[in-house]
Design a protein around this ligand. Structure first.
Ligand code: CA
Ligand code: CA
Ligand code: ZN
Length: 376
């Protein structure tokens, strides 16, 4: 099948990294059981931290000095981002790995590939090490922000591959080929020969404990190793659940007073990231990716009844909806409500909402939200 796709000539090419990578911690056996992975492709850039190892959650990188502590955002278009991410997702389709461009909350383990302006460099991408057996779960790798989806996805996955314990091999059709040659590659399901350098010098390899589960010494079967690490992708046909925690059903919102909007999301598949759309009286108030929870200040200036509508889809595209009427009252009505609750042991119904014909266009939703949970 591949034969017809072999290029007549391999164009002049460049090594992906400019030197051999070190090992994270020797020739380790893989983590015991397969567990789902998360790959966060960060197009927004980051200020790095040093002296805290490699930890995606806190932008810690041992490669800090290579980037003067800073990676700039990707300068390409939204369409180019979408094409690059589409290509990355396609290559990871066999595996239970969630690909996201929105930073996960800190209680989720994830690899971050910073895809953006790396400054003048002699490499297309860089990982801190080869993590034999994938013992470290929050690695940070780097890819120079190229506009081509093939090159982009190749470098992103090549560097992520090193953080998952993969080494260089001599096949141009494998993503772990050390030269950037614009050939469409994948994590191949064949034992490829491990190589020591970009001259493709044969080698027995460094992560032999992981590789020899699938190949003879000197071989690496990247597809099988990633399957063992993450498990196969699982079809997801179940919609998420949306819980509007705040504003609560019965408690009225006081006009002109800052309240809070809290939406909790759960799904049969975890970790999970959602596309969330929020409308208030039909007007779009928020649209974007959310992990587990959206929390934002909510300020509605005028009394009235407002309809809050939430739509969320999980990463597989299963949709769910939820809605709630919000009764916004003036301060005096809110006091009456509070007294009523005290005297009746909290069994009071909410006061009758003011006419729904109140001015609808003057609500103001001021979003100071952060995606996901509160940062540490
Ligand atoms: Ca790792
Ligand atoms: Ca689901
Ligand atoms: Zn490499």
């Amino acid at each position: 099948m591949w034969a017809s796709m072999i290029p007549l000539m391999v164009l002049a090419t460049a090594p992906i990294e400019d030197a051999a990578l070190p090992l994270a911690s020797g020739d380790c056996l893989p983590r015991a059981a397969a567990s789902p992975g998360v790959l966060f492709v960060n197009f927004e850039g980051a200020v790095l931290k040093k002296n805290c190892g490699n930890d995606a959650r806190y932008n810690c990188s041992t490669l800090y000095d290579r980037f003067d502590g800073f990676v700039g955002p990707f300068k390409g278009t939204e369409d180019q981002r979408a094409a690059i991410i589409g290509s990355v997702k396609q290559d990871l389709k066999p595996f239970d790995v969630l690909v996201t461009t929105t930073r996960p909350p800190p209680d989720v383990d994830y690899v971050m590939v910073l895809y953006g302006e790396l400054g003048p460099q002699t490499f297309a991408g860089l990982a801190p090490y080869i993590d034999c057996g994938d013992r470290f779960l929050n690695d940070v790798a780097f890819a120079q922000g190229d506009e081509s989806p093939i090159t982009g996805a190749t470098v992103i996955l090549h560097e992520a591959g090193h953080t998952w314990g993969l080494e260089h091999v001599d096949s141009v059709f494998d993503l772990m080929f050390p030269v950037n040659d614009s050939v469409s590659a994948s994590f191949t399901d064949d034992c490829q020969n491990v190589v020591a350098d970009t001259e493709l010098t044969p080698a027995t390899g460094s992560c032999t404990l992981a590789h020899t589960a699938f190949c003879d010494l000197g071989g690496q079967r990247s597809h099988s190793e990633l399957l063992a690490r993450f498990g196969p992708s699982v079809p997801d046909t179940t919609a998420p659940l949306i819980f509007i925690e705040s504003p609560a059903t019965r408690a009225p919102v006081v006009a002109g007073t800052a309240g809070s909007l809290v939406i909790e999301l759960t799904d049969d598949r975890a970790p999970q990231v959602y596309d969330l759309t929020l409308r208030i009286n039909g007007d779009l108030a928020f649209q974007g990716a959310v992990w587990e929870r959206l929390e934002a200040p909510l300020l509605i200036p005028d009394p009235g009844t407002y309809l809050l509508e939430v739509e969320a889809t999980d990463a597989a595209g299963n949709p769910a909806t939820a809605s709630r009427s919000i009764h916004v009252v003036d301060a005096a009505s809110a006091e009456d409500f509070a007294l009523d609750r005290e005297s009746s042991g909290c069994h009071a119904a909410a006061p009758a909402p003011p006419g729904a014909g109140a001015l609808l266009s003057l609500w103001l939703l001021s979003f100071g939200w952060r995606p996901g949970r509160r940062r540490r």
